[in-house]
Design a protein around this ligand. Sequence first.
Ligand code: G1P
Ligand code: ZN
Length: 539
Amino acid sequence: MTLINTTPFQDQKPGTSGLRKKVRHFQQPHYLENFVQAIFNAVGGGQNGCLVVGGDGRYFNREAVQTIVAMAIANGYKEIIVGQGGILSTPAASCVIRKYKCSGGIILSASHNPGGPDEDFGIKYNGANGGPATEQLTDKIYAESCALTSYKLSAIEAIDLDLIGTLDVEGVKVRIIDSVSDYAELMESLFDFPAMRSLLSGGEFSFCFDAMHAVTGPYAKEILINRLGAPAESVINATPEEDFGGHHPDPNLVHAADLVSKVNQNGLDFGAASDGDGDRNMIIGNNFYVNPCDSLAVLAANATLIPGYAQGLAGVARSMPTSRALDRVAAAQGLNCYETPTGWKFFGNLIDDGRITFCGEESFGTGSSHVREKDGLWAVLCWLNILASTGESVASLMRNHWQNFGRDLFTRHDYEGLDSAQAAEMMKALDEKLTNLAGSNFDGFVVETADQFAYSDPVDGSVSQRQGVRILFTNGARIVVRLSGTGTSGATLRVYLDRFINEDLECDTQAALAPLSAVASKLIGVEAFTGRKAPDVVT
Ligand code: G1P
Ligand code: ZN
């Protein structure tokens, strides 16, 4: 073991989901190593435990895996499990950590951000429960990173990441495992594979899953084609590439536009896509887009059709900006519904404590207690299981749901690449308005309450302050405003708009929310502070 002297970097504060920077930033001497050592210091070293290492296969993934293995050996881990080729989707990494009772894992991904030498890279730590490090731990990692003077490295030769098997490296067991099989087995234990197999291989139902040249390709092929008998052409863009084919591996109507037109033009029954590291999902029917908030609600409402959830849900949770469609299902079924800050790490305690089974976010994230990450392919399988059990189409399932529960119109408007100082000033000005806002009337929208969302974790009592501005109106509409915590340059403003309706259920979301959007622009002063007239991305 060699001790390498280093000096701290001041910019290694983890965001919503780990540390994300440009690849070149990570390639600076000692940058990656410092952060990895900060993680190991924060968790108290390897302590003869087992560490899982894997990533979404983006550019710099392999080099980073080699470095982390060499450092994990030097830091006292007894066993290291690596996905073949350095690949593990985020949900698969969570599954492997849990299955082999590891002490934690390091996941390399910048999620849906583009990959390549000039694009993004990311790294995050997940604990023994398989879930993202809590805020307390990420704060500790940051503090360690600011005080680092050296890191530990073993001078080992590069490992053959492609060869499945077990190596002995300086007395440490390094296992290269099949990246897919443990995860596929878990999925098979949850879903009604026989019913889904007859749907997918029967020839009447047609669908397309777009892996977006990212990590889910091999997982989708194994599960949908090999195990469920779907025709080979139903999984597209299934070979993971370091630059995701030059695209944004982001499953939404903008970046998965090819999938959308394929489903609509060819009259397919179902379409789905997942992101760079496989934790996000988008669901569409024929000429029918399912908003992720609605997807979470409809899955929760129909969960007992899925064998793994046949006994019912313990409770549910959603991130604060996510629409309240889930709350209506919970109320009808007598379930507790928790409202957490943005980011998957806040769901972990609730699941570990047995309080919830399903949870999700508006940002195309849906998941359950089966792992401690959101899970794109799992959400797709939930849908396919429910479609197989009910014989409904995507649109009819959703429409029936609205009939039963009413509809929560929802949209998110993103303003990207803002000047960070301008964005901070804009948020400060909004913050200062909040205390006197109740009772104000904006073109017929009367403010009921306005605050900065604070979350008290019911399990460990920790409090997370200032998790986004919430403005609720007396007519059931709501505006949420926050700055993104996952960007790698400048600032991104996210404005979330939602409103409950129980008539005119087929209305157009953007048109129906336009008056609320106008109120939001006025309140926030987007144009005055940033010069921007319209959002860059609308989902
Ligand atoms: C975004 C999403 C958030 C999600 C996170 C990681 O974070 O909004 O829901 O958990 O990515 O996938 P943000 O950039 O808004 O901080
Ligand atoms: Zn992701």
